[in-house]
Design a protein around this ligand. Structure first.
Ligand SMILES: N[C@@H](CCC(=O)N[C@@H](CS)C(=O)NCC(=O)O)C(=O)O
Length: 130
């Protein structure tokens, strides 16, 4: 039974995955244009962030679109095929779920923010123009 369920979801992902990627590409928003100094500051802030994600996860695609809209060069870490990233996410974050944003605070401590809606709200709060 477990095998059947796993095969079902694997097949679903194989079929829907390319559609998720195509939709993402076709609906990609224009990126925010900032003054060079402001963008350099944003680029610097983004170095303390990393998005754990799957390429074909629709929730991850939603977050990637927002990153693109806000022109945020946040490192993307594949937690589907890269075992090291997956283990890091599970062990340090607490759940094997994507998307998850790893936030390294200036003092050095890390926060693991799950849920696409929460991540998008955080990014808007930090980086959207007032
Ligand atoms: N409500 C969550 C849903 C996230 C979700 O269901 N992610 C799936 C991938 S599309 C997942 O991580 N599943 C666990 C797994 O694949 O191990 C969100 O908006 O981020």
């Amino acid at each position: 039974m477990k095998f059947v369920i796993r095969t079902f979801f694997k097949t679903l992902r194989l079929v829907l995955g390319p559609l998720v990627l195509l939709r993402e590409r076709l609906t990609r928003p224009a990126g925010l244009v900032r003054a060079p100094a402001a963008q350099a500051q944003v680029d610097q802030q983004c170095q303390s962030l990393a998005l754990y994600q799957y390429a074909t996860c629709p929730f991850c695609a939603k977050v990637r679109q927002e990153m693109h809209r806000l022109s945020l060069p946040i490192e993307k870490r594949d937690a589907q095929h890269d075992v090291k990233n997956r283990e890091e996410l599970t062990r340090q974050g607490g759940h094997t779920k994507v998307p998850c944003l790893k936030i390294t605070e200036p003092a050095g401590q890390t926060r693991w923010l799950y849920d696409s809606g929460e991540i998008i709200s955080y990014l808007r709060g930090q980086f959207a123009p007032a």
